[in-house]
Write a protein that binds this ligand. Structure first.
Ligand code: NDP
Length: 303
């Protein structure tokens, strides 16, 4: 259906949860395409370099689901560290196996928790975790304002290697682009503390699929959770469905009903601007006029 309509399409609206991948090949077959709207956040399902080359505008609904994702991240960190899902399974199975339930259960308090990227979601995660009396860490291409760093008492790391060496829990909140693709491979996961937890609600491809499985099997990672996969929908035999100590969900964190209402309104606003020939808000732009623009210029790289 998508392939059939694409040659005539001027606008493609896709959400990241079940993405319409706009690859370079598909963009080449869509000569009329002028605008690709992401109903949500994260436009990596569009080949941004091809969009730049073809003068296609790419826009997303900045901020629409940042809090939704940050809440999901906190939930997943707690569920891994407290061993929630296996304990819940004992209830479903009719057991009362206290020792089994708590064999891998710890307090989050006093743990070192770090975010890779402190943008809208990463900062919201730090703010939400602060009351848990954890030690907060972050790495990002731009340092947070000094007053925010002080408010959060967060330690800045100049690179991801330095962050992972100190953290018991790492959460990934960077966009998928050439700098972050496959960032968490065997080497970087090997530099994490043994038995650390990794939560990735950013994009599946930021982690090497098989390296994650190996690390869970060897005990290098104590747990992995997130909601992002590659490809999406994840095939039935995707190893992240069956690997040990995981807390995966389908791609849902940014599409709570609350988030849907916000990104539907933003999508409508972008469409109305486009149809009326008015400029699209700068913070919604990822690519415009043959270059990265707006939020895209700040958060993405094209090479
Ligand atoms: P932002 O653009 O606000 O923040 C992204 C941050 O990542 C920026 O601060 C950016 O740095 C930083 N960054 C980029 N590259 C690197 C790098 N190599 N190392 C460290 N930091 C880096 O985005 P959001 O917080 O709104 O969203 C982040 C991502 O989360 C989205 O791109 C999307 O992939 C994902 N997401 C997932 C959802 C879900 O449902 N699971 C929903 C919404 C988003 P700087 O700008 O300082 O250079």
């Amino acid at each position: 259906m998508f392939e059939r309509e694409l040659p005539d399409a001027e606008v493609v609206i896709s959400q990241p949860f079940w993405p319409a991948y706009l690859t370079a090949e598909r963009i080449a077959k869509a000569p009329k395409l002028r605008l690709a709207i992401t109903a949500g956040i994260g436009s990596d399902h569009v080949d941004l370099a091809a969009a730049i080359d073809h003068g296609i505008t790419v826009a997303e609904v900045t901020y629409s689901n940042s809090v939704s994702v940050s809440e999901h991240v906190v939930m997943m960190i707690l569920s891994l560290v407290r061993n929630y899902l296996p304990a819940h399974q004992w209830v479903l199975d009719g057991g009362w196996n206290i020792a089994d339930c708590v064999a891998r259960s710890y307090d989050l308090e006093a743990m070192n928790v770090g975010t890779v990227a402190a943008g809208r979601i990463g900062t919201a995660v730090l703010r939400r975790l602060k009351p848990f009396d954890v030690r907060l860490h972050y790495t990002d291409r731009h340092r947070l304002p000094a007053e925010v760093e002080a408010e959060l008492d967060a330690t800045f790391h100049p690179d991801v290697q330095s962050l992972v060496r100190e953290c018991d829990v790492v959460t990934i909140n960077a966009p998928l682009h050439p700098e972050t693709e496959n960032m968490f491979d065997d080497t970087l996961i090997g530099q994490m503390k043994r038995g650390a937890y990794l939560v990735n609600t950013a994009r599946g491809k930021i982690c090497d699929r098989d390296a994650v499985v190996r690390a869970l099997e060897s005990g290098q990672l104590a747990g992995y959770a997130g909601d992002v996969w590659f490809p999406q929908p994840a095939p039935r035999d995707h190893p992240w469905r069956t690997m040990p100590h995981h807390g995966m969900t389908p791609h849902t964190s940014g599409t709570s009903l609350s988030a849907q209402a916000r990104y539907a309104a933003g999508t409508r606003e972008i469409l109305e601007c486009y149809l009326a020939g008015r400029p699209i808000r700068d913070e919604y732009l990822i690519v415009e006029g043959g270059q990265l623009a707006g939020t895209g210029k700040h958060s993405y790289s094209s090479k």
